[in-house]
Write a protein that binds this ligand. Structure first.
Ligand code: 4AD
Ligand code: MG
Length: 486
């Protein structure tokens, strides 16, 4: 007999049919009721054993975490919650899980505990739901771009360049740390290293994606990126996945349209294709929020997802945002929580979340940031921002950040500087040696065109869609400072 997946069983099995199912035992109650899961759905199938007929030594082996196969008849379920169950005709224990040793017991474990047992957490309801949604979101991203005629490009993971210029790179080397070759001046002799120069793990595939876009028209990357920033927050990983589209002939407005359309598409895709898992995570979240004071409770998950799909994102300039933040009301205690230094200061995530969650109550796209807080490749705006009382005037760039409720920045992007002379000046201002980026400058020398792109942090999207609050819980094996187990 061929095995049937539990999801297919729920979808199409007929009463009276004999089936073979295989999976892992979630619970075994009263020596009679097995809750079996095979990963195909959040729902367990209940299998009922007649314990008087079975060998006791075999029954004892049915424990939480053990793997079993069951042949049985599909019958209408007596209990509530599901339509069908299986009456067991025979079963086989495939793999035991000794109850004294198996770490996952049939009770609610904390997310912290599950992080420490990341090798087993795929077997929990929460993490299996997150994993299935993650797969669906990966698929949605590829489908969105494929349907639009974009080409997926694999950009290098090991690279000689620092795309963001933030110096937050992991070094890749084969040199013996205890015996590093030195030049006559006493510096590390990188010529003797594997690549004959310094190499790093990529922080972004953007610069290489630009090279492709300026020939293929519209491309996107979807790959791992690495940041050696020592920020131990619930929004940062040292290894995360980024989606970076890049489009020739697009300006900042086209870029905003594309990003908004893409985010809405992915969220709608989850609503259409991950209903059972979202309902499970939603009820999980409601349970978790119960204890909190009302004004600190986050929005119901499905409602929050619909909010993104149903509303136009607010679009405003950095200068306008600063104006709002400078004038926002102090909180009840009279403390001015959202105080900002003034024009030129970078926004902290508390500022971003104030704008999204309190001021507009929908996603916000902020544009035209000060040039000196953004990367070198962003296109310099032709006009200076208007001076307002108490605000300085300065050079801005055609940057955009998309801010989401509960997250803050989810997307960062810009129109790119396509003018060779302006770009050369920017590179000099940022102290980037021209011989490090000669290949990038070549695209501005030969057939340059306006173009734009952005980066979506995949795990930030996952945080939003699943309602999980710690980025470590939406990637299978999180890499964070002092954590690289497995
Ligand atoms: O704003 P960032 O640094 O922009 C870039 O890397 C550009 N090259 C993108 C582009 O224009 N092609 O990063 C983009 C996004 C952020 O908005 C955030 O969602 C995510 O990547 N991100 C992180 N996600 C998890 N952990 C980190 N340490 C992250 N750093 C950035
Ligand atoms: Mg950014």
């Amino acid at each position: 007999m061929k095995r049937i997946k539990i999801s297919d069983l729920f979808a199409s099995a007929k009463i009276g049919e004999e089936v073979l199912v295989k999976g892992w035992v979630r619970t075994f109650r009263s020596n009679r009721f097995i809750a079996l899961n095979d990963g195909s759905t959040i729902n367990n199938i209940q299998a009922v054993v007649d314990f008087e007929k079975e060998d006791e030594s075999q029954l004892k082996r049915i424990t939480t975490g053990s793997a079993i196969s069951i042949v049985g008849e599909v019958v209408e379920s007596q209990g509530k919650g599901q339509d069908i169950e299986i009456v067991v005709k025979s079963f086989d224990v495939i793999g035991d899980a000794h109850p004294d040793e198996y770490p996952l017991q049939p009770k609610k474990h904390s997310l912290e505990f599950l992080r420490e047992n990341a090798h087993l957490r795929f077997r929990t309801n929460t993490f299996s739901a997150v994993s299935r949604i993650r797969h669906n979101m990966i698929f949605a991203v590829h489908k969105f771009f494929n349907d639009k005629g974009f080409y997926n490009v694999h950009t290098p993971i090991i690279t000689g360049s620092d795309a963001e210029g933030a110096g937050e790179m992991f070094r890749v080397t084969t040199l013996d740390l205890n015996n590093v070759p030195k030049t006559d001046e006493g510096n590390i002799d990188t010529k003797q290293d594997f690549f004959g120069k310094e190499a790093n793990l990529t922080v972004s595939g953007q610069l290489e994606a630009e090279l492709a876009a300026l020939a293929l028209g519209q491309v996107y990357t979807f790959g791992p990126t690495f940041r050696a920033e020592n920020s131990n927050t619930t929004r940062h990983l040292a290894e995360f996945w980024m989606i970076e589209p890049e489009v020739a002939f697009n300006d900042l407005n086209d870029n905003m349209d594309l990003a908004e359309e893409m985010l809405k598409y992915c969220v709608q895709y989850a609503l259409d294709n991950c209903k059972e898992d979202l309902d499970f995570l939603s009820s999980r979240l409601i349970e978790e929020e119960k204890g909190k004071p009302q004004d600190q409770q986050s929005m119901e998950l499905i409602e929050k997802l619909k909010m993104v799909v149903d509303n136009d994102f607010v679009r405003l300039t950095y200068t306008e945002a600063i104006d709002i933040l400078r004038n926002c009301k102090p909180n009840k205690k009279g403390k001015f929580q959202y105080k900002i230094e003034g024009w030129g200061a970078d926004l902290q995530s508390e500022h971003e979340r104030y704008l999204v969650e309190k001021e507009f109550k929908k996603p916000v796209i902020l544009t035209n940031y000060p040039a000196n807080i953004k990367a070198f490749y962003m296109r310099q705006d032709d006009e200076l921002p208007e001076a307002k009382p108490g605000m300085e005037v300065g050079t801005t760039v055609s940057a955009m950040d998309i801010l989401f409720p509960g997250i803050g920045e989810i997307v960062g992007g810009s129109q790119r500087e396509e003018r060779l002379d302006v770009l050369k000046q920017k590179i000099a201002d940022f102290n980037i040696p021209e011989d490090h980026v000669w290949w990038y400058l070549d695209t501005r020398k030969f057939g340059t065109v306006p173009h734009a792109g952005f980066g979506l942090g995949f795990e930030r999207l996952m945080l939003f869609v699943t309602g999980m609050t710690n980025i470590r819980d939406v990637i299978p094996f999180p890499r964070t400072p002092k954590n690289a187990e497995f």
